[in-house]
Design a protein around this ligand. Structure first.
Ligand SMILES: [Cu+2]
Length: 183
């Protein structure tokens, strides 16, 4: 009796007996399904999908990233929106976008059909970067100390919200950035 509740004792019952027919079937279905999803993600969508974003990341000192963002903002500022600077960098340029409790800085104004490279990082805590834009819908984590770089060619004119998708504090719900695309 004493051995019955010992983790070393052989368990009682029949659950360790060989798999039954139904169990084998369900394990096989799950394995095939998993393999199918792996093939879709790794090979099929990259070959035929049109929402593929080339995403890179590298390490950076948050203070250095902040300095680069300020430098970039000063160089290209054209105005202000709700206390956040608005920048209009030339096509082809690198764009620094910094998340901070509770805002994305700066607001970026782009030209339709031109390519830009976004460099995105956080100054303080973990944030989420979520953008819904034709061919460029992305959603990823933004961490202090890491830069996420994405190439973006806006093909639609309009105002796009950058939503923080990671709960980052009391003002999280207010943390919306802006990307403006003009002709
Ligand atoms: Cu946030």
């Amino acid at each position: 009796m004493a051995g019955r509740f010992s983790p070393l004792a052989k368990p009682q019952g029949t659950w360790w007996s060989p798999l039954g027919r139904d169990e084998r079937l369900w394990v096989a279905i799950a394995a095939i399904w998993g393999l199918g999803m792996f093939l879709m993600i790794a090979f099929i969508w990259p070959a035929i999908g049109n929402e593929q974003n080339e995403i890179q990341s590298y390490r950076i000192d948050p203070a250095e990233f902040h300095r680069l963002t300020m430098e970039f903002t000063e160089a290209h500022q054209i105005g202000e929106m709700d206390g956040v600077p608005v920048v209009a960098p030339p096509p082809g340029s690198d764009i620094y976008l910094e998340g901070q409790q509770f805002a994305w800085r700066p607001v970026v104004q782009l030209k339709r059909g031109e390519q830009y490279r976004f460099l995105i990082s956080s100054r303080d805590v973990q944030h989420g970067f979520s953008l819904v834009m034709e061919r460029h819908s992305v959603n990823f984590q933004v961490l202090p100390g890491f830069v996420t770089a994405i190439r973006l060619t806006p093909e639609q004119v309009g105002e796009f919200a950058v939503v923080c998708n990671e709960f980052c504090g009391a003002g999280h719900h207010l943390m919306t950035g802006r990307i403006i695309v003009t002709d």
